[in-house]
Write a protein that binds this ligand. Structure first.
Ligand SMILES: Cc1ncc(COP(=O)(O)O)c(C=O)c1O
Length: 367
C-alpha cells in the first residue's frame, strides 16, 4: 500500500478497517443482494444502519434519551443558519463567541433570521486564543442561547470546556466531535460535519434537546410562511432524518467509524491519546525560535495544530519537502497561510512520530 501520512483538515483520513468494510459493502451489502449505495433508504437493511448509527452515537457521547439525533445534509455551514432559524423567532437574540472564521460565518448566517451578535471575539489577535474556562463573558440580558465553536480548525485553538453559562448552548463540534467527552445535556443544539472525525463529507450529525425541538415549532409558527420543510428541526425529528432521501452511503460510513471508535475504547481513549500526541508536536514547536505556533498556550487545539516558520519564505519548501517525505496536506488554510497538521482520531500514531521526526530534520537542515 502507498497510503501516505494524511494530515488533511477535512475531508480527512479514515481508519483503514473502515475503508475496507466500505469497499466490501459496495457490491453486496449484507443479505440485500445489492450494494449499500443501491438500496432504498426505506429498506429494512438501511433502517438497521441508521438505527445503529444513532445508537452508537448516543452510547459514545452519552446523549440523554430525550435528545434527538439527526443525520442531515448541507454541512455545518447550513447549521449556522438552521440552528438560529429554529431556535429563535425573528426578534429573539442569540449570543455568539467568535473564535475563528467558522464562528464568523455562524453569526453572519444567523443574523439573517434573528438578532445575532458577538459578545466575545479574538479577531483582533488573529484568533490566537479562546475564552478561558472561568472567564466571565457578558451575555446580553435578553439572549436565549449562546453559540460557540468548540475547536477552531483554521486557527488551531480549542475551548477547554463549554462556556460557563446557564443559557442553552449551541455548539459547532465539527472538528473535535468524538475526540473527548462533553456534557451533552447542557446543549440545546450540537452539530458537526462528518468529514473530520466521523466519516466522509455529506453527512451532518445534529443533536437536539427537547427544548430545541419545541423552539423549532414556536419559530415555525412565528415566521411568515413557516420554516421551509427541509430546514425544520421539528419535521426532521418527526421523520427520523428521512423527510427526503438521506446520504445513505455516508451514514453507513459514519456508522462504521463509530463502531471503530467504540472498539478502540471510546472518548476517554481518544481524549488521552489526542492530548499526548498534540503535546509531542507542541513540545517540538516550542523548543526553538525556528517555529512559531499560532495559538497561545492554554488555547491550543489537540486536533489542529497551526504554526508558522520564523522565516516565512521557508514554508512552501516545508510543505513540498514534507509531501515528498510522505506527509500530506500540511499547508495552512488558504485564509491564514502557514502550516497546519490535523491529528484527527483516524490518524495513526506513526504519522505523528513521522511528523516530529520531519520537524527535527527540517530544522537541522534549514535552521
Ligand atoms: C469548525 C468548523 N465549522 C464549520 C465548518 C464548515 O463545514 P461544512 O463544510 O461541512 O459546511 C468547518 C469545516 O472545515 C469547520 O471546521
Amino acid at each position: 500500500m502507498s497510503r501516505a501520512h494524511n494530515f488533511s483538515a477535512g475531508p480527512a483520513v479514515l481508519p483503514v478497517p473502515v475503508i475496507e468494510a466500505l469497499r466490501g459493502s459496495l457490491l453486496e451489502f449484507g443479505g440485500a443482494q445489492a450494494g449499500i449505495m443501491e438500496i432504498s433508504h426505506r429498506s429494512t437493511d438501511f433502517g438497521e444502519v441508521i438505527d445503529a448509527a444513532k445508537t452508537r452515537l448516543r452510547r459514545i457521547m452519552e446523549i440523554p434519551d430525550d435528545h434527538s439525533v439527526l443525520f442531515l445534509q448541507g454541512g455545518a455551514s447550513l447549521q449556522f443558519y438552521m440552528s438560529a432559524l429554529n431556535i429563535a423567532r425573528p426578534t429573539d437574540a442569540i449570543d455568539y463567541i467568535c473564535t475563528g472564521n467558522w464562528s464568523k460565518k455562524a453569526v453572519q448566517e444567523a443574523g439573517r433570521v434573528c438578532d445575532a451578535a458577538n459578545v466575545w471575539s479574538s479577531a483582533d489577535t488573529a484568533f490566537d486564543h479562546v475564552p478561558a474556562p472561568d472567564e466571565a463573558i457578558e451575555y446580553r440580558p435578553d439572549s436565549i442561547a449562546v453559540h460557540y465553536t468548540s475547536n477552531n480548525t483554521v486557527a488551531g485553538t480549542q475551548l477547554a470546556a463549554a462556556p460557563n453559562t446557564d443559557r442553552p448552548l449551541i455548539a459547532d463540534l465539527s472538528s473535535d466531535i468524538c475526540s473527548r467527552r462533553i456534557d451533552v445535556a447542557r446543549h440545546a443544539v450540537i452539530y458537526a460535519g462528518a468529514q473530520k472525525n466521523l466519516g466522509p463529507s455529506g453527512v451532518t450529525a445534529v443533536i437536539l434537546s427537547p427544548w430545541a425541538v419545541e423552539r423549532s415549532r414556536a419559530s415555525d409558527a412565528a415566521r411568515q410562511g413557516g420554516i421551509p420543510s427541509m430546514l425544520s428541526y421539528d419535521l426532521m425529528v418527526q421523520k427520523g432524518s428521512m423527510f427526503n432521501t438521506p446520504n445513505t452511503f455516508g451514514i453507513f460510513a459514519l456508522e462504521r467509524v463509530l463502531a471503530w471508535v467504540e472498539e478502540q475504547g471510546g472518548l476517554d481513549y481518544f481524549a488521552e491519546r489526542s492530548r499526548r500526541r498534540a503535546a509531542q508536536v507542541y513540545a517540538k514547536l516550542d523548543a526553538s525560535d525556528f517555529w512559531r505556533p499560532r495559538a497561545r498556550p492554554g488555547s491550543r487545539s489537540d486536533m489542529n495544530i497551526a504554526w508558522r516558520i520564523h522565516d516565512q519564505s521557508l514554508e512552501s519548501t516545508f510543505v513540498s519537502e514534507a509531501r515528498e517525505a510522505g506527509l500530506l496536506a500540511l499547508k495552512g488554510h488558504r485564509s491564514m497561510g502557514g502550516i497546519r497538521a490535523s491529528l484527527y482520531n483516524a490518524l495513526p500514531d506513526d504519522a505523528v512520530a513521522a511528523l516530529v521526526e520531519f520537524l527535527t530534520d527540517f530544522e537541522k537542515r534549514h535552521g
